[in-house]
Design a protein around this ligand. Sequence first.
Ligand code: PAF
Length: 285
Amino acid sequence: MMQLQIIESPEQMQQFALAARQRGERIALVPTMGYLHEGHASLMREGRRRADLLVVSIFVNPTQFGVGEDFEKYPRDMARDSALAAAAGVDVIFAPTAAAMYPHGYQTYVDAGPLTEPLCGASRPGHFRGVTTVVCKLFNIVQPDVALFGRKDYQQLAVIRQMAIDLNMPVEIAGMPIVREPDGLAMSSRNVYLSPAERGRALALKRALDAARTAFAAGERSVNALENLLKGVLSQEDGVEIDYAEIRDGMTLERSDFAVSGSLAAIAVRVGKTRLIDNCLLGAD
Ligand code: PAF
């Protein structure tokens, strides 16, 4: 097995990747913003299984954060991340600087379509433009055969899949199951912001999704009723401010009056200053 290498330069990473491809090696990429957790580790283990060269990118991408969001305080710990990546069998950490990714004079962005408009796109204007731009750049730099993303960021995964299709990107986009703490909280680098009291309140997300799932299993199909159920459970918890709690088509993310098997239940809330998201597919998860 190769020893873990850290590459900072995009040019060096690209040369490394092109040489690997010329040797016939398959490359897997797990794009991250660091502060890695078990959810990332599950993506890495799957990447390890699927490729000869496993690359994890660690880059807190400034273009996907809005004004007043947590870009500056986003948790960063390269020593901890390197240890977790090494344990998961990662070959290369690609950790560029913002100046290397967006040098002076940078001006090209990828604008995806209607999938970016609802849910997180509505509350975080410009967010997905930053995501698709950086992911497109990462694909060009790392040249992956397969890229792995977590389904916790369901909309992000849908947007990236669509981008890869629309722009003929020769990469397989693999979506992997949400990894949860034993009490049900979806793993996220942002969970570190939560105080113990907020951490308790955050369990309302999973409770709300479970309530919608149970109601759907019992025959409830009205989107309004299911959304009211989500909102009702969330608002029972003091200190949980709802950003959105919606039922959408699992593929197009469009709204309709009735839910079907595979409809998406998606939630975003603020617990204190921390924004948390979670989701499930009704009748499927
Ligand atoms: O999901 C994330 O961590 C980020 O949005 C991603 C895909 C690494 C792009 O910066």
